[in-house]
Design a protein around this ligand. Structure first.
Ligand SMILES: NC(=O)c1ccc[n+]([C@@H]2O[C@H](COP(=O)([O-])OP(=O)(O)OC[C@H]3O[C@@H](n4cnc5c(N)ncnc54)[C@H](OP(=O)(O)O)[C@@H]3O)[C@@H](O)[C@H]2O)c1
Length: 222
């Protein structure tokens, strides 16, 4: 029996391992094939989880549009769109973002302080508390499972991924290696304090596919 949702991280990164440029702008360097890959992963999920930094950078979220993917969801008895879950401790989100006009179910995961400001508003169908000052991720994920979310896709950014990795709640990574170099102190797939080599989370490569100038890497967390 599942005790938490299955969690897959999907990110595109430059050949030097950066997920955005030094201005932390929205990363739009992936090809059309990479966008389709992301859409395919999203289409398999019940919920998409991302940090407020990612929402602030993009202002929107990727939805399932491909008719075949929509058909597959329908055949599995899933709603057309997975739930889009924003993680924001501060709750400092601009309600004018285009995200709030997109035809997707939206939930907010937030702190007790920010909770009340977003409750009973049209932007979020559900506002979930962290339960304590910092998120107790096992508890949060158990609650998400209880709400029917068995498969989660995490679409970034590095800060959220680092949090989840530190508490060992990530099962798989899809990393697309894209043909550009961003350099400098730009963000990478895993922010946070970093791991010493001896304690670094280890991965097993499940597949590596070359498409054009991009490499699609699929890893499992060991
Ligand atoms: N290449 C790609 O595939 C890809 C994909 C996604 C994002 N990106 C890039 O990644 C960058 C954004 O990543 P990021 O690491 O800066 O931010 P992020 O992980 O998207 O979001 C960080 C924010 O999430 C909230 N959060 C995360 N963990 C929390 C916790 N434990 N408790 C409370 N709140 C928590 C906080 O929001 P509050 O500040 O509201 O409290 C925090 O500031 C952008 O430059 C974007 O372009 C790239």
């Amino acid at each position: 029996m599942l005790h938490r949702p299955h969690v897959t991280v999907v990110l595109a990164m430059s050949a030097d391992g950066k997920i955005a440029d030094i201005q932390r702008s929205a990363a739009r360097f992936g090809s059309a094939a990479d966008k389709h890959h992301l859409e395919t992963q999203i289409a398999q999920a019940d919920g998409i989880l991302f940090g407020a930094g990612t929402l602030r950078a993009y202002g929107t979220t990727l939805t399932v549009n491909d008719p075949q993917l929509l058909q597959q969801r329908l055949a599995l008895g899933k709603p057309p769109q997975p739930v889009q879950i924003v993680c924001s401790g501060s709750g400092a989100l601009d309600p004018q973002l285009r995200f709030f006009q997109q035809a997707v179910p939206r939930w907010l995961l937030t702190s007790a302080e920010a909770l009340t400001g977003w409750q009973n508003r049209p932007e979020f169908a559900r506002v979930l508390p962290f339960y304590s000052e910092a998120p107790d991720w096992s508890q949060v994920f158990q609650a998400l499972l209880g709400l029917g979310l068995e498969r989660l896709v995490v679409t970034g950014g590095g800060e959220l991924v680092a949090e989840l990795l530190a508490v060992d709640l990530i099962d798989e990574f899809w990393l697309t290696l894209c043909p550009l170099l961003l350099g400098g102190a730009a963000p990478s797939p895993v922010a946070g304090a970093g791991f010493l080599e001896a304690a670094a989370p280890r991965l097993e490569l499940l597949s590596a596919e070359v498409l054009g100038s991009e490499v699609f890497l699929h890893y499992r967390r060991l």
